[in-house]
Ligand binder design. Structure first.
Ligand SMILES: *[C@@H]1O[C@H](CO)[C@@H](O)[C@H](O)[C@H]1NC(C)=O
Ligand SMILES: *[C@@H]1O[C@H](CO)[C@@H](O)[C@H](O)[C@H]1NC(C)=O
Length: 236
């Protein structure tokens, strides 16, 4: 993601009909978490009247995940199908919380942003711990950064503490790409500074993972719990 050439401190013109942001960026990096979104990102790529490299970093183990599925209605736009949306089905750069939240939800204390398969673990932990004050949004397109949709979600949860959760060590994954851009999005809305982005993930490390399965599993469960209880987090 760091090879994306957009300036993290300048929010570009975001009008989706102009498609200016994507035209000005060197490539697209996506980490899709549903079959329908995978389908739509490939379809979008072919349908566009311009060409831009597309990098899909979605892991193949999601293909076997039982929660990772889409209704047929999410692939087409046949009126009458469950989930029919007048705008038609399309690639989602960001997937909103799966609970149908209103335009403004003051009771949400925590907005967890994540990307990739860790979403399913977070959602599972939220179910188990019955945290109804936590919203989880998936950033499906990392680059170019979906400022407009991120800001829409920041406005939806005016009282929420903002958490970036990833399973990778801090110096890997999307954190170093996301954080300055998330900061820019927050700053223009008066939602705080860099320190208000709570990081939940593994500590910086030279290796992508510990070599021990039991340690890995323990780390994973700790970080997922931490994302829902950032009282436990100290900056950074
Ligand atoms: C898929 O369709 C079923 C039945 O209509 C519905 O209950 C479910 O919420 C839908 N799932 C999604 C992800 O839209
Ligand atoms: C995409 O998600 C997968 C699985 O969660 C993760 O391993 C990978 O590092 C993510 N890619 C980026 C660029 O964040």
């Amino acid at each position: 993601p760091q090879m994306s050439d957009d300036n993290p401190f300048v929010i570009p013109e975001m009008d989706p009909t102009l498609r200016k942001q994507i035209q000005e960026c060197n490539w697209q990096v996506v980490n899709v978490t549903t079959p329908a979104n995978y389908f739509h990102v490939l379809r979008r790529q072919i349908h566009r009247d311009f060409r831009k490299p597309l990098i899909v970093t979605a892991p193949k183990n999601l293909l076997r995940h039982k929660e990772c599925k889409s209704n047929l209605s999410e692939f087409d736009d046949v009126e009458g199908h469950p989930g029919f949306d007048k705008q038609g089905t399309r690639f989602k750069r960001l997937i909103k919380d799966r609970n149908d939240h209103k335009e403004v939800e003051e009771g949400i204390n925590r907005l967890v942003l994540c990307s990739g398969k860790v979403y399913y673990e977070l959602d599972d932990e939220r179910k188990k711990s019955e945290r109804s004050d936590v919203a989880i949004c998936r950033v499906e397109q990392l680059s170019p950064f979906p400022y407009d949709l991120i800001q829409r979600e920041l406005k939806r949860y005016p009282n929420a503490e903002i958490v970036w959760c990833q399973e990778e060590p801090m110096n890997m994954g999307a954190y170093s790409y996301i954080s300055p851009r998330l900061y820019s999005a927050m700053k223009t809305l008066g939602r705080g500074t860099f320190e208000d982005i709570k990081y939940v993930g593994r500590a910086p490390s030279a290796a992508t993972a510990t070599g021990f399965l039991t340690v890995h599993v323990q780390e994973q469960s700790e970080l997922v719990k931490k994302a829902l209880q950032p009282e436990l987090i100290k900056f950074p």
